[in-house]
Design a protein around this ligand. Sequence first.
Ligand code: DCP
Ligand code: MG
Length: 410
Amino acid sequence: MPGLLPPLRRIAHLDMDAFYASVELLRYPQLKGLPVVIGGGRRPADEVLQLRGALPVDQFPLLQDYVGRGVITTATYAARVFGIGSAMGLMKAAKLCPQAILLPVDFDEYRKYSRQFKAIVTDIAPLMEDRGVDEVYIDFTDVPGGQREGGRTLARLIQKAIFDATGLTCSIGVAPNKLIAKMASEFNKPQGIAIVHATDLQTAIWPLACRKINGIGPKAEAKLNALDIHTIGDLATCERQWLIAHFGKSTGAWMHHAAWGRDERPVVTVSEPVSMSRETTFDRDLHAVRDKAELGAIFTDLCTKLAGDLQRKGYVGKTIGIKLRFDDFKSVTRDATLAQATADATTLRRTAGLCLKRVDLSRKLRLLGVRVGTLSKLGTSENSSPNRLSLLTQSPSEAINTIAFNDQLF
Ligand code: DCP
Ligand code: MG
């Protein structure tokens, strides 16, 4: 009897449309429909009130007048028509669309709206996994109405509730699992809904580039392309063993699974951060030897701020890493794993400094980042022993004895 069959697994992925830019348009509605990019710096706190709503369109700063090294965080869809998008340098973007309006970032405001839209989602569908500032997974399977039209009815309801409360739009993909839902949320952006069933695998998923699988990055894509595998369909035709031979046991097996649309990962409602990081792009390129003092001060400052982030949020971490970007835009990471987790600025600085020593620093640097991973919450059994404080304050040289190095280039 159909009534006794378990409900079909229906997982949604929701992603806000042009998120930072859309939040900015809420306070500057006069910019609606215009090309707007966000980036280049942070907004001074008092400027917000001064400008709110009132500024005529012709008085906003234009991209063509920007001088500096900032990058775009996001752009409105009206700006994307010109080929502008996230991570592009502002001065390069200015060549493509000089008339675009440039607004600074205001993370506090984006976080406020992020919390707001997520609260609306959980009011309607409580099984929600937070995936960052503008995206979530939602398990529709057992939500009343979650199966109707494959999830379209509930997706529409959520879109409308978010829009009514915030004025922001989002796109939603609903599919048998997270992997496919994540791809589907992009299908009809902006303000789109896409419903994918298991039977749509060949028509909706296989024609897409391998890169559309969340987890296949530029490096894996390049390797796949070199093996003449371009689409997810190409990948699906590869023997599992052959993929394992080329990509290793876990990645190869996972790729095979993913290409066949298989993904059993549950929607996890309480998510802990995996890592915390801080990074900065310098005002001018710096050289490790010639600008040693300046670079050292920036490095220490990043570590101090990162230690502050960890301590404020109550985390300690074991893996300490650095990220460098050179003047030719090539990036390098190095990390080291300590025997004991830490949130201490001096330990971070010392360990990150050792990572730095493992990099060829003959080129000038444009960016430096520090990251702490393998986090655990202070007070959990692993680190709540009476020795915890002494671990945090142990001398850096003690900590360094137990480092395991891990080099990675990307
Ligand atoms: N973001 C960023 N730097 C990037 C990419 C994104 O700072 N390289 C920020 C700005 C975005 C937000 O994260 O608004 C969400 O990222 P998305 O990739 O979801 O991009 P958008 O929401 O802006 O656009 P879309 O409608 O394509 O989702
Ligand atoms: Mg988005």
